[in-house]
Design a protein around this ligand. Structure first.
Ligand SMILES: Cc1ncc(COP(=O)(O)O)c(C=O)c1O
Length: 375
């Protein structure tokens, strides 16, 4: 069954951020919520739990075991139980790891353009940013990273987004190994957000950083919330490399408190029963990526866009359109809601991020509205 086929009328019944932030005449193609039918195993697990009155606190290792089984199934790598711990959602886990391993006033490296909460989790907690932008072809700039790690900021932690949001970049084993070594040699805590890991195009390979022997100093945050569209149910796991025991130990003791029991149940059901669902989904997303390329060529040839091999997000460079603020322009004059590029880094005000986890009809209508807004 095709997954991205819900009609606009069906979707407008939803009450979440994506669907209720803007007026009904606006087509929402922004925040990372997917327009999917949920997997029946998840629906059943949640329904059964509510029926049982099973609405207490989370318990046990089922989520961690389901993560390990998924890692083996998808990536041929299986962490030991002692390496995995139930934690909070990805951003709260990252915050806990950051607070535990750095001090106020420390510098933390991020790679703009990057998911806006990466900025906030650093500056909001009295740490400072050291920005090392991705290269023009959206890869890690290893020479610049090395220079930053040895520079006057002397960063003590690094936040990596893998795969990278918003560009959909898949970091290679060589890049990840080199980065882990650069951090390891300098005692820099390497925290890797792998929430988008299951969302790879058909034929593309995601490399879990902890599958690499020379990256065992890293710690990973993961949640099924993104891959299975379960953001409403906050939860996740953290996984440590074999040489990162102390990063786990330093995380504040309440680091798992943002996970609810229903989230654990739903995420575990998704990881256990819905691996094929994500693969089917990404076949559809890959088709949307091809459709977007065609639509841009036809209607918005000035927009520069290189589809990434992971995530369901598209990063569009609108510089050639000559708009003072592309996102505001498309919202006001096209009635299409996209994410503003500057939220991913101040240098990216001419970019917008588009969410492709939508029906063909909506994607087509979204690009049509963007083009019409220019005339
Ligand atoms: C890279 C990345 N990390 C984290 C999150 C949010 O995860 P959580 O709700 O588990 O904090 C998102 C959501 O889109 C994301 O794209």
């Amino acid at each position: 069954m095709a997954l991205l086929t819900l009609t606009e009328a069906e979707l407008r019944e939803r009450t979440s951020l994506k669907w209720r932030t803007f007026e009904p005449d606006v087509l929402p193609m922004w925040v990372a919520e997917m327009d999917v039918h949920q997997h029946p195993a998840v629906v059943d697990a949640l329904t059964e739990a509510i029926r049982r009155g099973d609405t207490g606190y989370p318990h046990g290792t089922a989520y961690a075991e389901a993560y390990a089984a998924m890692a083996e199934h998808r990536w041929g790598w299986r962490p030991e139980p002692a390496q995995i711990r139930r934690s909070g959602d990805v951003m709260n886990t990252m915050l806990a790891l950051l607070v535990g391993s750095t001090a106020e006033g420390d510098h933390v490296v991020i790679n703009p353009p990057v998911y806006p909460p990466f900025w906030q989790v650093v500056t909001g907690y009295r740490r400072h940013l050291t920005e090392v932008a991705l290269t023009a072809d959206a890869r890690l700039d290893l020479p610049a990273i090395e220079a930053a790690l040895d520079g006057p900021d002397r960063p003590t932690a690094y936040l990596l987004c893998s795969p990278h949001n918003p560009t959909g970049t898949l970091h290679t084993a060589e890049e990840l190994t080199a980065l882990a070594q650069l951090c390891g040699e300098r005692g820099v805590t390497l925290i890797v957000d792998e929430i988008h890991a299951p969302l790879t195009d058909p034929g593309q390979t995601f490399v879990p950083i902890l599958s690499l022997p020379q990256a065992q100093n890293a710690v990973v945050t993961f949640s099924a919330g993104k891959g299975w569209n379960l953001a409403a149910l906050k939860g996740g796991v953290m996984i440590r490399g074999t040489q990162a025991e102390e990063v786990f130990a330093q995380a504040p003791p309440l680091a798992n408190q943002s996970t609810g029991h229903l989230a654990t149940i739903a995420h575990t059901a998704a990881l256990t029963h819905a691996q094929g669902w994500v693969d089917d989904l990404m076949v559809e997303v890959a088709a949307r990526k091809r459709l977007l390329v065609d639509l841009l060529a036809e209607h918005l040839p000035q927009v520069r866009h290189v589809p990434g091999p992971a995530t369901y997000l598209a990063w569009l460079d609108c510089s050639a359109l000559g708009l003072s603020h592309p996102r505001n322009h498309f919202l006001t004059h096209g009635k299409v809601a996209l994410n503003a590029g500057e939220d991913f880094g101040p240098a990216y005000g001419q970019f917008v991020r588009m969410n492709l986890a939508a029906s063909e009809e909506m994607l087509t209508e979204g690009v049509r509205r963007m083009a019409a807004s220019l005339s």
